[in-house]
Design a protein around this ligand. Structure first.
Ligand SMILES: *[C@@H]1O[C@H](CO)[C@@H](O)[C@H](O)[C@H]1NC(C)=O
Ligand SMILES: *[C@@H]1O[C@H](CO)[C@@H](O)[C@H](O)[C@H]1NC(C)=O
Ligand SMILES: *[C@@H]1O[C@H](CO)[C@@H](O)[C@H](O)[C@H]1NC(C)=O
Ligand SMILES: *[C@@H]1O[C@H](CO)[C@@H](O)[C@H](O)[C@H]1NC(C)=O
Length: 779
């Protein structure tokens, strides 16, 4: 169909992608040929200049392949993208990453406008699914194979094994050939291609695909198979064969479809406009063809742009309709490269997320479940999902810091052996860590390095030690490190492996009197026995004294016995038994009391107490359980402390050594001790899972017994309940008094009884035996 417009420039674009636009050519077309529209540029590189040119001269620039999102039509309305921009696929990429739970991904992209365009939106999309981008690798378009190799070796020494590649096939072919050489196309590696390569896979050297790209995943623009498309292909093949008899299987990809649709849209827009005078208003005449000032302005540019914006028709790739000057994103196919080709394993749509099969009536929610994808054969011919990270090949074992402390060394003990210049690290935390590592589904080697100065003393506080992991000098900290909110700003903690919380350790009220008047369960066996005997004895005394005058003691013998026992029991139990009271019952009482408070040296409790407005002079530090006991025994008034505040694991340790002296009061909640790893470390979820496994199993008790309860001679005691078990010595005072009173009462009664019955005793008419029998009857 003849058109009154310079459309000669598009006549070949949809046959192949060999036409290339140079800025000079565009300038020449606009200025000298006075074209009304340009289809192009093909590449995002240098597109800016041409778009500016179109904007200035009101000539619509219709690109079907400049996909970089950085080329936006917001500020330059004469730029029309008859294609999707690269950012449309970022949510499909992040959905795949999320489906397999990879926490880190490295971006590899070509260092130009095309490569950079997608990066901001891709990074955002990954962040949204909690995936970190620890490194971006920029490959210059002109990089030599050597440079590419060097960059790849650098990536290989890092931990992340998930690579997202955004570049075009020419550079991509070389990258993958080098990656194969570097051993990075084997088991454990994950490669994800953006549509930049996947859509143009036929342009990648077929030997590279077959040898170096096995197992690679890709995001591909999905083109539904329509009658429209089939008809076009038949016609196009026929025409192509006529013109190029030497080419056997002509390549045509999605950009060919876009180009065809773009040309069609433009032709239809021009037809819509009818016969108008296509002229340029020349503002400045000049003979210099490259002088930008002399460009004219197309008189019909605005009208043409409007027609294009409103154009809708069924194109080769689906419904052609421009939104904000570009095609909208719709559906992407997820592919897996096996053999010579990309095999479809599923789809991604804006509405449903990952899907095995497309179904326009699918009403299911957005999902990123990997079960929605088909079988994937990963690099190295593996079918198991790669973890996405590995230990850096340059460093085979984890460098783990451990704290060095003089006391409370049940948790971690470092013993230095000068003869071998090595340190031995043992302790409760270390045993737990070892048990956890054994539970991991893979082997993990590590090296424990004490946090010391050359002279063997600790190199700083726990915060300093944790900062070493943040500065990436070490890979982890294993020790009695408490999980705290502000520490977790810089590092990641595993789940806690100890009981959590901060508690107060306080003495019982009356320590010095040996607790003679303290009545508390549980009683020891000799106490129970003595109580039992006393019980019967008192019952007898009460009966003797009361049975004649108390109404309750009348009646049958069984009733009398029962009542006697009840009287005895109630007087013993209800009158005297009381619970022991701790001297201080909560931390606010302590704060207001003005008494001195102890805390463990080097921990975070000092900071915490200061935040609670405890004055500095009231805070006394201790280094060991012995020192803490000594301070508490002295008492606040004599230079000691009234209470010690510490974390529950330490409190338990102190109690296990001094179990009869103290009581604990839970004070604050903390999360307990956890191991420290760098932020985003992929080890954290695995280790946390293993910790749960250990803490719920019998191993934990074994380890605890080995380090803590071996030195205690207490009965089982928990920090929240009283640690005091009562023996006979706690009650001897009571028993003596009760015994003496009972015997006295009995004697007085006897004397009074005998006096009252003196007449019977002194009557001489009876024998001694008869007198006793008579007295008994009266009784
Ligand atoms: C790219 O396409 C997506 C989806 O169609 C859209 O949300 C986004 O705004 C576009 N970006 C630019 C820079 O045009
Ligand atoms: C036309 O050219 C003259 C110099 O040749 C320049 O001063 C003037 O600004 C130009 N006008 C426009 C509209 O570009
Ligand atoms: C002991 O070993 C450390 C490193 O493990 C080393 O820096 C130090 O020089 C050694 N000291 C001696 C006396 O060999
Ligand atoms: C945590 O807070 C304390 C003060 O309460 C401060 O000294 C310390 O530096 C903080 N740590 C971090 C990692 O921000």
């Amino acid at each position: 169909m003849p058109l009154p417009i310079s459309l000669s420039i598009i006549c070949r674009t949809f046959y192949s992608l060999t036409v290339f636009w140079f800025t000079n050519a565009a300038l020449d077309l606009i200025k000298n040929k006075q074209v009304q529209a340009i289809i192009g540029p093909q590449s995002s590189v240098q597109a800016d200049f041409i778009i500016d040119l179109g904007n200035k001269s009101h000539v619509p620039i219709i690109s079907f392949s400049a996909t970089s999102p950085s080329l936006s039509s917001i500020r330059r309305p004469y730029f029309i993208r008859a294609a999707q921009n690269d950012s449309s696929q970022v949510n499909a990429i992040s959905a795949v990453v999320q489906a397999f739970g990879w926490r880190e991904a490295v971006l590899i992209y070509v260092d130009n406008e095309f490569g950079e365009g997608i990066i901001p939106s891709l990074t955002d999309a990954l962040e949204e699914v909690d995936t970190r981008v620890p490194y971006r690798s920029l490959i210059p378009p002109s990089a030599t194979d050597n440079q590419i190799g060097q960059e790849l070796y650098k990536l290989k020494t890092m931990q992340t094994r998930v690579f997202i590649v955004h570049m075009l096939p020419t550079l991509g072919s070389r990258l993958f050939a080098k990656a194969k050489e570097a051993g990075m196309m084997g088991r454990g590696y994950v490669w994800i291609l953006t549509s930049g390569i996947t859509d143009l896979l036929s342009f990648v050297d077929s030997s590279v695909v077959a040898i170096s790209m096995q197992g690679v995943l890709g995001i591909k623009t999905y083109v539904p198979d329509t009658r429209n498309l089939d008809n076009f292909m038949v016609q196009w093949k026929k025409k192509f064969q006529q013109e190029n008899p030497s080419v056997l299987s002509p390549p045509l990809n999605i950009f060919g479809y876009y180009a065809y649709d773009a040309a069609r849209a433009l032709a239809m827009a021009v037809e819509e406009m009818g016969t108008v005078n296509f002229t340029f208003q020349i503002l400045n005449a000049s003979t210099d063809a490259t002088d930008l000032d002399t460009i004219g302005v197309s008189q019909n540019g605005e009208k043409l742009l409007q027609e294009l914006a409103n154009m809708t028709f069924m194109g080769l790739t689906g419904n052609f309709s421009l939104v904000d000057g570009q095609l909208e994103s719709s559906v992407f196919q997820i592919v897996n490269i096996n053999g010579n080709a990309a095999r479809g394993i599923g789809f991604w749509t804006v509405k449903n997320g990952l899907l095995r099969n497309l179904n326009p009536f699918d009403t299911s929610k957005y999902s990123t479940s990997k079960s929605n994808l088909g079988t994937i054969i990963w690099p190295g011919d593996s079918t198991s999902v790669p973890k996405g990270w590995e230990f850096p090949t340059t460093r085979k074992s984890l460098k783990i810091l451990v704290p060095v402390k003089d006391d409370f060394n049940q948790f971690v003990t470092v013993t230095y052996d000068p003869t071998t210049n090595t340190s031995q690290v043992t302790g409760y935390c270390i045993d737990i860590f070892q048990a956890v590592i054994e539970k991991l589904p893979y082997a993990l080697t590590y090296e424990l390095i004490p946090f010391t100065l050359p002279n063997g003393s600790s190199a700083g506080s726990y915060n300093d030690m944790i900062d070493q992991v943040y500065y990436q000098n070490y890979d982890a900290v294993v020790g009695d490190t408490t999980i705290l909110a502000n520490r977790s700003l810089h590092v990641d903690f595993t789940l806690p492996y100890t009981e959590s919380g901060v508690a107060m350790l306080v003495p019982y009220e009356d320590n010095k009197s040996k607790n003679a008047w303290v009545f508390l369960k549980p009683l020891t066996w000799d106490l129970w026995l003595t109580s039992g005997c006393f019980f019967v004895f008192i019952a007898l005394v009460v009966w003797i004294l009361e049975h004649r005058i108390n109404e309750d003691f009348r009646g049958p013998t069984t009733h009398q016995v029962g009542t006697s026992l009840w009287f005895s029991f109630s007087t013993m139990v209800f009158a005297q038994m009381q619970n022991s009271q701790p001297t201080i019952t909560d931390v606010y009482q302590l704060l207001n009391s003005g008494e001195r408070v102890g805390y463990q040296n080097g921990g975070f409790i000092h900071e915490m107490l200061k935040q609670m407005k405890f004055d500095d002079y009231r805070l006394v530090s201790y280094k060991s359980a012995e020192e803490c006991d000594a301070l508490l025994s002295k008492g606040s008034s004599k230079g000691g402390i009234a209470a010690a505040i510490d974390e529950v694991p330490y409190i338990r340790l102190i109690l296990s050594q001094y179990c009869n002296k103290y009581l604990t009061i839970p004070t604050f909640k903390t999360a307990g001790f956890g191991f420290v790893f760098p932020k985003g470390s992929p080890l954290v979820p695995d280790i946390s899972r293993a910790i749960l496994n250990i803490t719920e199993g019998p191993n934990m008790t074994k380890i605890e017994k080995a380090w803590f309860t071996s030195e205690t001679n207490c009965l089982e005691s928990t920090p929240s309940s009283s640690s005091n078990s009562l023996g006979l010595d706690s009650f001897w005072g009571l028993f003596v008094i009760a015994g003496v009173v009972a015997v006295l009462a009995l004697l007085i009664y006897m004397v009074m009884f005998v006096k009252r019955n003196w007449r019977v005793i002194t009557s001489s008419s009876a024998s001694l035996w008869q007198k006793i029998v008579a007295l008994g009857r009266r009784f």
